[in-house]
Write a protein that binds this ligand. Sequence first.
Ligand SMILES: [Zn+2]
Length: 553
Amino acid sequence: MNMFDQKRRTIIMALGSNHNTKANIEKARILLRELFPDDLTFSEEMKTEPVDSDGPYYVNLIAVAQSSLRLPEIRKALSHIERLCGNTAEKRNNGMVEMDIDILRWGNKRYHLADWERSYIKELLATLELPKKFLALLLTLVTLTLGAQDFNTHFTDQTLRLDYIFAGDADTQAIYLDEMHLSPRWFGKRARLKEVPVQGNGQIIVRSHNSTDTIYRNSFSTLFQEWLSYDEAKSQKRSFQNVFLIPMPRHAVDITVQLYNNRRETCAELTHTVDPDDILIRKHPCQAVTPYQTVQQAADTSRCIRVAFVAEGYRQDEMQTFLRDTQDAVEALFSHEPFKRLRSRFNIVAVKAPSEDSGTSIPSQGIWKNTALNSHFDTFYNERYLTTLQLKQLHDCLTGIPYEHIIILVNTDNYGGGGILNSYNLAAAHHPQFKPVVVHEFGHSFAGLADEYAYESEQIPMYPTDVEPWEPNITTNVDFSGKWENLISKGTPLPTPEEARYKKAVGLYEGAGYSLKGVFRPMQDCRMKTNSEPEFCTVCQKAIERLIDFYTE
Ligand SMILES: [Zn+2]
């Protein structure tokens, strides 16, 4: 067989040694020069901790060669170099690596895909003195493939639904694992897996088992944390359901759920291991899917934000009304920028979950209804507060449906609604303020925006004035840089007086986040402040756009 096939290719190799490192690397350099006499470049050397054992440090470097040698010949030659450095199978079994040379790339083909993700490989590649054009191409290749590769290395195209119980009182909180469910297809993000666009009041963090390597992260807020600020939490203990969706891991993972208090300190944490082969992960059959229909298809369904509207309190014979209400909500949402401009990035379905009774429960009037999600007014004894606490039931009725973000429409004409980051948005569909409310609540549930209004008296300050809140549209001025500083024109007084001449000006207006003092908002009015304002303020628009880009770019 001809050793050469004429075509010269770029070969990238990763070298590593954890024994006699200095001598072995020197020897390997000499032998590689003999193998690739006319074009060979080495990166800097870098010390790293072993990836999966607690043995000695490794010294790593990268070699890049141009050669017309065929792949099997190169492989053979590299094994020979490893042996000449003193490598034996027995030594390797005992964790002693005299020299290990892996081919990362041969021509256009890439090998050892997991290695491309290691930070030291990326750093070493960057230290190579390669022609700029080649380096740029190489780094693009690394970045471009990282997203998809990260996902496929660690996850399958299925959803693991994790049910938790959050329990406790104002003093102590605890998190318990409840059930796990597997369903086909994954509809959440496939890139930027370790990043969250907003911090949230809690996070779910997935790591490879026994490793510090984060492979997925998401942020959320909960009704439980809201309840903790009510007086009831000072004397009672209660538990709340919470449901999170993650892509199904291929290998064992450690999952950490953290809750943060309003000082942004961790107040409860649970870490548990999930083995994907665990027989007690409930498998959902596909045929149990609630009837649903697509209201709007995204331009690119492989990269879109999936929103499910869910019927609550609509009898089977009222589904036409539900579909009309969904259409109204969709039109209201997409009449607001930046949703209007970026409409094609959203995929929307209407889930026709039937209820026995029409309407919703109003405990303060003694009215209880049998509905799909058991929603009710008087949440936390707060008359206007309409929610559902049955998150497991909500996700049960969404199983098998393409969704990530949830908007529940409740068949009632009483005023009410709520939005909880990455949990759900719920609105009363037949109240005259329905349209502005559903859009406002989506600002909470989708983009993590804070309320920009203030109460005359706020017993428990939701935002302590010595802590910078994580929400992008309010500030306590403790750490304002990085918020909307760059949008304030020169000459705008800070704080900004609520005068007509500043009507359209971004500034610092005191009164937001339920407090009249010490918390500031970016503009005089906004959809996150009043139902009468027709648009989101400039800062909220930018924050929403950043979220849409995060999920779809
Ligand atoms: Zn705003």
